[in-house]
Design a protein around this ligand. Structure first.
Ligand code: SF4
Length: 395
């Protein structure tokens, strides 16, 4: 059974639950070789032995949103860009084992040497936000802007959380990458280059930055919807708008609502609400503090004993912060559990399988960006790094 993708006109397989498999979208669900059982009591011991056997040949990176069972084996933890830069600073490591999601491993491959191989323990660990902007859609949108006569005055800016081919598109078209901590500076730079900005894939980060940090109005922003005819906007709207926001969002941060904030304020007296800028506008405008993952960690680490915090970000991180600070009341912003399901694909069985395979001389799940894409994505990353006042990036 197939359906047609309105953007690419390419047939997409539609699989009924439990019938058939789609190897192109379910990559990594099955591992060649034996994936250890999650109930194997020797799993931690096997991980330790494989890690020791790899020694300096491997460098293991763990994103802040990873499970504890994985993060305990990380040589460094951090946000996506910090991890990619950490990897680049370890040229002696033959294998970069990236416990994160696909776009992060791509960035690590772009920033590391040709002699280094980046491994993603489960190829199904994607990012739903990154997947919301596909290169064919973005190229079609750019053509739509050209038809409306605004492409030449528009500068594309992409969030770090995007695929390598989107970063390369931005690099080829005079734009830059940004992170959640430097989005304002990147947008200011973009407005020095042109009259409008096309921002993707996260509409919330783009809107929050433009309106709350840079003084644009909500009316200055329009949403480019790849699933609507004409991208859901008229030529006049394209000509009048300053910020063209791609209709994408994070499936974790996008869950929080203004009701979550109201409810936690009633439930926890005196609570400080601290959220990530990938949350919706209605949430960040109700919060007390807004900032990147690193900002959230620093704020909780430095908060006075006895203070109360409701944190709107991924649950693994919030739980770790609560465990680390038993003298503070750290709670999750929403009552519903909210892990990043794709990040959680990387579990101990996949990590053990990847490391043991490397010990046996089998390189598995290598993430490799082709040279042309890597070059142009690197151009977009370098433009971000060249911005004055840019600090090490945060996700
Ligand atoms: S938390 Fe959101 S942006 Fe980060 S990897 Fe998961 S889906 Fe993507």
């Amino acid at each position: 059974m197939t359906v047609t993708d309105p953007q690419s006109a390419a047939p997409l397989p539609l699989l009924l639950l439990g019938r058939g498999a789609d190897p192109s979208t379910e990559r990594g669900v099955e591992c060649p070789g034996d994936l250890p059982s999650a109930s194997d009591p020797d799993l931690v011991d096997r991980a330790r032995k494989a890690r020791e056997a790899l020694g300096e040949r491997a460098f293991l990176l763990g994103h802040h949103y990873q499970r504890d069972e994985v993060i305990q084996f990380a040589d460094v933890s951090g946000d996506s860009f910090k991890l990619a830069r950490d990897a680049a600073a370890r040229p002696e490591a033959e294998f970069i084992i990236f416990c994160g999601v696909h776009f992060m491993a791509e960035s690590a491959d772009i920033l590391t040497g040709d002699h280094q191989q980046v491994i993603l323990p489960d190829l199904a660990a994607g990012c739903s936000m990154a997947d919301m902007a596909r290169i064919l859609q973005v190229e079609d949108a750019w053509a739509r802007l050209a038809d409306a006569g605004v492409a030449s005055s528009t500068v594309p800016v992409t969030y770090m959380n995007s695929s390598a081919d989107i970063k390369a598109f931005v690099g080829r078209n005079g734009g830059a990458v940004c992170t959640s901590s430097n989005a304002q500076r990147a947008l200011e730079w973009a407005f020095e280059q042109g009259e409008k900005v096309l921002f993707f894939p996260d509409q919330h980060l783009g809107r929050n930055t433009a309106v709350l940090q840079m003084g644009f109005s909500l009316e200055d922003c329009i949403v480019i919807d790849p699933h609507q005819p004409g991208f859901g906007v008229t030529d006049e709207e394209l000509r009048n708008a300053r910020i063209l926001l791609w209709k994408g969002h994070c499936s974790v941060h996008g869950r929080f609502t203004a009701d979550s904030v109201r409810e936690v304020r009633e439930r926890v007296p005196g609570v400080n609400v601290l959220v990530h800028p990938e949350c919706k506008y209605e949430v960040v405008t109700q919060a007390d503090y807004i900032g990147s993952t690193e900002y959230i960690i620093k704020t909780i680490d430095e908060a006075p004993s006895g203070s109360a915090w409701a944190v709107g970000t991924e649950l693994n991180l919030v739980k770790r912060l609560a465990d680390r600070h038993p003298d503070k009341n750290v709670v999750f912003l929403d009552r519903n559990v909210c892990f990043c399901s794709t990040m959680n694909r990387i579990d101990l069985p996949h990590l053990v399988w990847a490391m043991e395979s490397l010990v046996e001389g089998r390189v598995v799940n290598r993430i490799q960006v082709d040279p042309d894409t890597a070059h142009w994505a690197g151009v977009a990353l370098d433009r971000m790094l060249a911005l004055p006042g840019i600090s090490p990036a945060k996700d």
